[in-house]
Every structure is written in C-alpha cells, then in structure tokens.
Write a protein that binds this ligand. Structure first.
Ligand code: HEM
Length: 858
C-alpha cells in the first residue's frame, strides 16, 4: 500500500522510511503525510528489534498480547521519531490510522476485529458483545481506558517523570507518608474492605510482564543493567530507610505491566491489559473465559464444583482445590497441601477474600438447587446460566446498595445517579454510547483502597465473641486455616465484627514492609511503593491533573493545597516533590481528607464514581435494565432487591444465626441492630418468580424464610420496610429527607484531623420509632485470648492491631486505638512468632483427606 495513512497539518515532514520505499513524492508542503509504507516498514523494524514469537497455544495469552503490544508501541515510537511528531499527534493522531490496511492486520487477533454478535439472555464469558455496536467494549483481554492523555515521559511508553526534577523514590514516599499509625474507622467493618477487594477482582486484573525464557516474573534487583529485562523498573530503597536498611536492602523488585492492544491493534502510546471482563458481572466467581468456567462446573444440575472436606461432620463444602499450577498465588508449606480454585486466581490472597468466594459459590449451588426444584425441565446448562445471571445481579445489587454508599456518600451517589431504583426497571436507561471499561486511573490508583487493610484478621464465633486473630502478613497466600472445621464461619463472623482501618494515608506495615514475606525472611514487599510505581509505569497523570479533571482548582503552588491533607502529610509532600504537578495520584488521592459522609476524598470519589457510573449505565446486562432478552421480569428484580450481604452469611454459613442488618457496618442497637437470620426482618429472594411452568415445582429442601416467624426477634413491630433505618439514611433505603444527616453517619471515617465544621459533627438524633431488641447488642470488646500478635519488648501493647478495649466505638476520642510499631521496636522484636500452623494444618488436612478417601473414594 502506498498513500497517506494520516495527514497532520503543520510543518511538512517526511520519513526516511518513505524514501526507502520510493514514496518521497507524498511529502506535501505544510502537511505531514504519514504513509502506509512507513507504517509497514516501522512495524517490520520493530518486530525484528523486539522479536515476535508465534503464540504457543490455540488461545491467545496475555504474554502473546504483550509481545505484539510491545512491537506496536515500538512501531509508534519509530514513526513518531521519523516524522518528528508532537505528543498530541502521537496520542490523538496515530490511533486514527487504519491498521487494517497495514501488515499489522495479519498479526492482530480476531477478537479485536469486530466480531459478530448474537443477542442472547446470558453474558458471554469473555464479556464480548455487551455493546452490540462495539462488541469488544468491556471484554476480557482488552485495554483499560484513559480519561486523560497518558503522562509518559517520552509521550509513548517511558514511565512518568517529574516536571521540575526527578520524582522521589516510591519507597521514600511510602515511608514518609504511608506510615503505620493504626487508626481505625468509626463504624465500618472489614467486610467492606473484603468486599471491596472481591469486586476489584471482578473489575481489574492487570497483566504482568513475564520473562520469555522462564515464563516467570522478571528478576530486576541485583542484575547488571545490560542483562536486565526490558520491563524491569525496580524501586530504589534509600540507604537510610529505617526498615530495609536493617537487611541491607537497596532495591525493591518491580516489573512493568504488560503492554495491551487497542481495538484493531491501532498505533499510539502504551496501554495496559485487563485480563478479566470489565463490567461488574461476577467473573471472579465464574472466570473470564469458557475454558476457565468449565473447569469450575460440576456439569450436574447447574452446580459448581466444591470440596466436601467436612461432609462427615455435616458441615458445608469448601471451594474446590487448586490442583493445576498449585503454586500460582499460593505459598504451600508442603506438596500435599493445596490452595483453592475459583473464577479469579487471586482467591487465595487472603482468607477474608477466600471466604467471600466461598459465600458466592455456596449461594450459587443453593440457588441452582432451588431453581432445579422449581423448574424440573431445565437442563444443567440452563440452571447454571440462569444462576450465574442471578449471582451477577446480586453482586451488583450489594455493591451499589451497601458498599458504594459507604465509600462515596449520599451526595456523590446522587450526583452520579448511582442510587438504585426501589421498584421496577431503571428510569435512567442503558446508554450504548458509554463504554463499560475500567479507567486506568481507577485500577492503578483510585480503587486501591489499601489503607483500609487491617494488621490482623480476626475470627469471631457465632455468639459474636472474639476468638482469635492472625497477622495479615502470615496468612497472605496461605488460606490453610480453612481446613479446620468451622473456621470459615469464624472468618465470616469476624468480618462483620472487626472494625476496619481508617481510610487515610496510613497503611499497615503488614503490607508496607511484609507483603508476601517468605517463610525464612523478615522482610517482604511494600504495597504502597508498588502502587506509586505502578502509577508511573502506567503513565497515570499526576494528582494535580486529576484535580482539574474533577473540577477542582489545579494547584499552581503548594499553598493551593493547604488544608487538602493533614499538615504532616502536606509538609512531607513539599519536602519530597519539587512541584504539585509531580504528586503521584495514588499517594495524594488516598491521603486527601475525606469528603463529609464518605470514606474517600474529592478526587478519588470522582474517579470511583465515574467508573461505577460507566459500569451501571454502559452495561447492557445491568440487572435493572429492560428491553433485552437478558432483562429480568419486574417480579424477579423485586426479589433480587432483597439480597443483602448479611443474608448471604445467614444462608451460607454453618452456624451463624444472628447478623446485623448491614454487614459492612458495625452492629448498633439503634441503627444497625443484630437480628435473627430466621426473623422476617431479613427478607429472602423468593425464587418462585423464576417458575416457568407452575406445575413443575417439587418440594423445597430449604425452609421458606420469608414465611418464618417474626415473633421472637423483638422486631415484630417493625414493618418490613425497616422504617427506622430509612430515617437514619442507611444505604439500600431511601436517603434521609433532612439534609443535615450524612448517609454515613454510621460509617464516618474518623480521624484526628477531621475538620470540626464538617457534617460528622451534626447532632445525631436517633429515630423515636426504634423498637428495642430483647437483648442489647452492644458487646464488650473482647480481650485477646491468645497473646497479641506483635509483642512490644517493653510493654504489652499490641501495635498495629486492634486493641480490644471495652468500648462501644462511638466517640471521637476512641479513635486512636493502637500505637504504631516503630521500626526500632520491630528491630528488637524477636523473629516473629514461630509458626505452628502449617504442620497443624497439614495434619488436619491429611486426616480429612484420608478419612474422605476411605469413605467415599474421593
Ligand atoms: C489483604 C488484602 C490485599 C492485598 C494483600 C492486596 C494486594 C495487592 C497487590 C499485590 C496488588 C498488585 C499491585 C501491583 O503489582 O500493581 C494489588 C492490586 C490491586 N488492589 Fe489490592 N490488595 C488487598 C486488598 C485490596 C482492597 C481492599 C482493594 C480495594 C478495595 C484493593 C484494590 C486493588 C486494585 C484495584 C488493584 C489493581 C488490580 C489490577 O489491576 O491488577 N486491594 N493488590
């Protein structure tokens, strides 16, 4: 092909590549003509420079995409260099070139070249055809989207650099700003944290670069530069780092994310690859492609596979075991112990997350069984797909009715139309012009709510009494506690009773010094530093650029940011960064003072809300939508609206028989009472709304909980609308009429630096309609029954962990519950507690396996 692929007004430039092809005559005075010949030539040069191995298997992997993505980025660089293109032309112009007319087309995978769509009831596993005009929108293995041009140092792919000097080392920022201060939230439970991570895994999984030779993460530290992998971007650890200097560590491993492909493999700056489907569709339960999903299915009555570890004890099943690639994301103490398998490979990252996966697996099997009873003519496929459809709707409903209102607050929820309908279909219809894809700034920064992570994970018993806790770093990638009978219930109850860390700049050392720490080491990785470096790797524009995007004033000088952060953090930033334009989005966004009534500050709430707006209105399968075969009937939607995180626990645990109405909020006598699972307060989905043929049902094996007595729970005077909660403005119900009570009056992120004039100070007037419970639900805070996880050498304080003091956690001065553990203390700390769990676990596990094998030939 010859001819202009793109004409750019301005000083006419031609390329050597054109001359090489004899098409110099295409140079037009006053205009730059980028020719097809030069694109082809640039691609061939890039290919031979970088190498483009043929895909190994039938299905395209992230590594195949990374390989081609890197060649296309290099092609872009060559063309930009040849024609001397400005950044704007690289960002906005080159992607306009029709790659179908170039050699790139031969290498571009079919799914990125306008596949055909059928309109069906169920989502495709890989998310294709959600948008019928643009079938790739929101599909797995596509790029994240940008709302602002990428801020690469070279305009194409080099990590972001400072405007007025070098950027500070991410570890330096982490150590100065994201220190472990140990504040906890006022009323949010760690269920919110765990649910946040679970839905993040539904939304984003950015592909890593791999070493082609080993197929492993590239090793980037202690390698001579000439031998270093091209994706290496290790983090420098300053020599005086208080923690890592103890181990003489000066380098922190980090490799860049894989390069992605744009639609039709267009040219342009580097993008990043999302391995999972972008919309909120429960892919973390089912996987993002058919092959993965098939491995999880039992292919019997719509059920999913599970592991009946405790069948003989009459306890419910666990997740199926991870037998393929058993060490992927799992630190196994011995080869005969296995982690779990689920739709998302990160299921074993920490046990609270594993427990959420388990809850949804059990809920799937519960619903599939019930649907099978109601519709005996449905085959396995229909039962499986309809249940999958319902589970996706439940995940959407819980996220928008329980999680987001706490994170964003009423005002932002209202502004972005994120509040769910009470009845019928959504009034704000599906918008086919909206792309339901993840914003890069969301996955690489705004939704990394890692400061919510607790230092220890607590387990509580069915009487809501504290039982045990373990250091977070000890249980990362080690879900083996689950092999002890009853422990997954204790995690469920722990999640609804343990108070979350505050959403502020402070982050637990469990993940800033000890992330994924090896058994034989005393140091691990730093998640805060990784988050900052990841933002630079992805070319995420600075915090200041996003202030402007979100309608706030762009800081011209440091003075413009006074009051945005705590004084201490503000001072740290001015010392670390040369200019406000350099501030990293993740660090500054997470450190912003929270908006009144929400957990996050203005910039993060804007990015998070925008992202969830696209996921609501750009998703054709959104559960409140009508007009497509995927639409639920109004009766079915009414039933889905009854779903609640607390009922998931009630229906899918072995022992829980009381729960607070909102599991992501601490129980409170007045506004979030604990009620019996079998009470009528917690409504259940009535699946008879799915009966196709009224004559088909067989008797249920489950009790009809909606019909159960409401007499013994002390709440029988409440109408099922829970009017008092409504007045309190809890999520899921109408928001309060009186504007001066913030929605998260119960979920306010209390920190010492809270502005005394903000809405938290509003006098909180409990409704007179509250009906007292029979028993008070305020408990004494438990005392640890085992020694606290970290022992201070001098005093018996329990830094970084929850201080089990007897107090109801309601007053401002209750905020600071634990002292930070200074590095010096940690240094003199003995090697962390000897670990006896793996062997214990192994015995338990072996016993169970042996018994099961004997009994059922497993
Ligand atoms: C113990 C709990 C958690 C651990 C150990 C953890 C750890 C990690 C790690 C290691 C990464 C990859 C970082 C990188 O290489 O760039 C990551 C990514 C991420 N995390 Fe977390 N995280 C946890 C909880 C959470 C929570 C509670 C949220 C949000 C509410 C969250 C949101 C994210 C997001 C959005 C990403 C980006 C994912 C991607 O695009 O691949 N994480 N986390």
């Amino acid at each position: 092909q010859s001819g202009c692929a793109l004409i750019i007004p301005g000083i006419g430039k031609s390329s050597n590549l054109d001359r090489f092809h004899g098409s110099d005559h295409l140079a037009i005075p006053g205009e730059t003509c980028v020719t097809y010949d030069s694109v082809n030539a640039a691609f061939q040069i890039a290919r031979s420079k970088i190498g483009l191995p043929a895909p190994k298997g039938k299905t395209l992997t992230d590594q195949d995409i990374d390989n081609l993505g890197n060649v296309i980025v290099e092609t872009t660089r060559i063309i930009a260099h040849q024609y001397g293109l400005p950044r704007d032309a690289v960002y906005n112009g080159l992607p306009l070139i029709d790659t179908k007319k170039t050699v790139i087309n031969k290498f571009c995978p079919a799914y990125l070249k306008n596949p055909k769509c059928e309109v069906k009831r169920y989502r495709e596993y890989n998310g294709m055809c959600n948008n019928l005009e643009n079938p790739h929108w929101g599909a797995a293995l596509t790029a994240n989207r940008r709302v602002l041009p990428a801020a690469y140092a070279d305009g194409i792919s080099a990590p972001r650099e400072g405007v007025a000097g070098p950027l500070p080392s991410p570890r330096l920022v982490s150590a100065a700003v994201h220190r472990d201060l140990g504040y906890h939230d006022h009323a949010v439970t760690v269920f919110l944290t765990a649910w946040g991570q679970a839905i993040d895994h539904d939304l984003t999984l950015t592909a890593d670069s791999k070493d082609r030779a080993t197929d492993e993460d590239p090793v980037c530290c202690d390698i001579p530069p000439e031998k270093s992998h091209p994706s290496c971007l290790p983090i420098e650890i300053p020599p005086n780092d208080k923690f890592y200097s103890l181990f003489r560590k000066r380098c922190h491993e980090f490799a860049r994310s894989a390069a992605s492909l744009k639609y039709e493999c267009k040219l342009g700056p580097r993008t990043q690859l999302n391995m999972v489907t972008h919309p909120l569709d429960a892919n973390f339960v089912y996987g993002s492609n058919k092959e993965a999903s098939d491995t999880l299915r039992a292919f019997r009555r719509g059920m999913m596979k599970s592991f009946p570890a405790f069948k003989e004890l009459g306890l419910r099943e666990l997740l199926p075991l991870r037998m393929e690639n058993p060490d992927d994301g799992c630190l196994r103490p011995s080869p005969d112990i296995f982690c779990f398998s689920a739709g998302d490979g990160r299921v074993n990252q920490q046990p609270m997350l594993t427990t959420i996966h388990l809850l949804l697996l059990r809920e799937h099997n519960r619903i599939a069984t019930e649907l099978g009873r109601l519709n005996q003519h449905w085959d396995d496929e229909r039962l499986f797909q309809e249940t999958r459809h319902i589970i996706a709707a439940i995940v959407q409903h819980i996220t928008y009715s329980e999680f987001l209102p706490m994170v964003l607050g009423r005002e932002v929820m209202t502004r972005y139309n994120l509040i769910l309908e009470k009845n019928g279909y959504t009034k704000h219809r599906y918008d086919p012009s909206l792309e339901p894809s993840q914003l890069d700034a969301f996955g690489a920064a705004a939704f990394r709510l890692h400061t919510l992570l607790p230092s220890t994970v607590e387990r509580w018993n069915k009487n809501h009494k504290y039982h045990q806790s373990r250091r977070l770093s000890e249980i990362l990638r080690r879900p083996f506690d689950m092999y002890k009978p009853g422990v997954c219930d204790e995690y469920m109850l722990g999640m609804m009773n343990q108070v979350a860390q505050a959403m502020d700049e402070s982050m637990t050392q469990e993940v800033t010094n000890h992330l994924f720490q090896d058994e034989d080491k005393r140091w691990g990785l730093d998640l805060a530093a990784i988050n900052i470096q990841r933002g630079r790797d992805h070319g995420i524009p600075s915090y200041n650029a996003f202030r402007e995007y979100c309608g706030l004033n762009r800081a011209r000088s440091w003075d413009d940011l006074i009051g945005v952060f705590t004084n201490e953090t503000f001072r740290a930033y001015t010392a670390l960064y040369s200019h406000p334009d350099d501030l990293d989005l993740w660090s500054a966004g997470i450190s912003e003072k929270s908006r009144p009534g929400s957990l996050v500050g203005p910039v993060f709430s804007c990015i998070i809300a925008k992202n969830f707006y696209n996921l609501k209105f750009g998703d054709r399968f959104w559960y409140e939508n009508q007009g497509y075969p995927s639409a639920f009937t109004p009766d079915q939607i009414r039933e889905i609206r009854k779903s609640r995180l607390s009922t998931l626990v009630c229906d899918n645990s072995d022992t829980a028989d009381t729960v607070q109405v909102y599991a992501m909020v601490l129980p409170d006598h007045d506004i979030n009472p604990r009620v019996a699972c079998k009470s009528g307060v917690l409504q259940r989905m009535d699946l008879s709304a799915w009966i196709e043929n009224p004559r088909s049902p067989s008797p249920s094996i489950y009790p009809n909980l909606n019909a159960l007595d409401t007499q013994n729970d002390g709440l029988d005077n409440l109408d099922l609308d829970l009017k008092p909660f409504k007045d309190m403005g809890l999520p899921g119900f109408d928001f309060p009429k009186f504007p001066n009570i913030p929605i998260t009056a119960v979920g306010a992120n209390l920190k010492p630096h809270i502005d005394p004039t903000n809405a938290y100070n509003t006098n909180f007037v409990p409704s007179k309609d509250i009906v007292p419970l029979e028993k008070p639900i305020h408990q004494e805070r438990p005392h640890f029954v085992e020694p606290p996880p970290f022992r201070h050498p001098q005093k018996n304080c329990c830094p970084g962990s929850f201080n089990p003091v007897n107090r109801p956690l309601r007053r401002r001065h209750d905020l600071k519950i634990s002292k930070p553990l200074s590095v010096e203390n940690r240094r003199s700390d003995k090697p962390l507690r000897k670990r006896k769990h793996p062997s214990r676990t192994r015995n338990t596990f072996r016993d169970i396996i042996e018994k099961l094998e004997k009994k059922s030939n497993l």
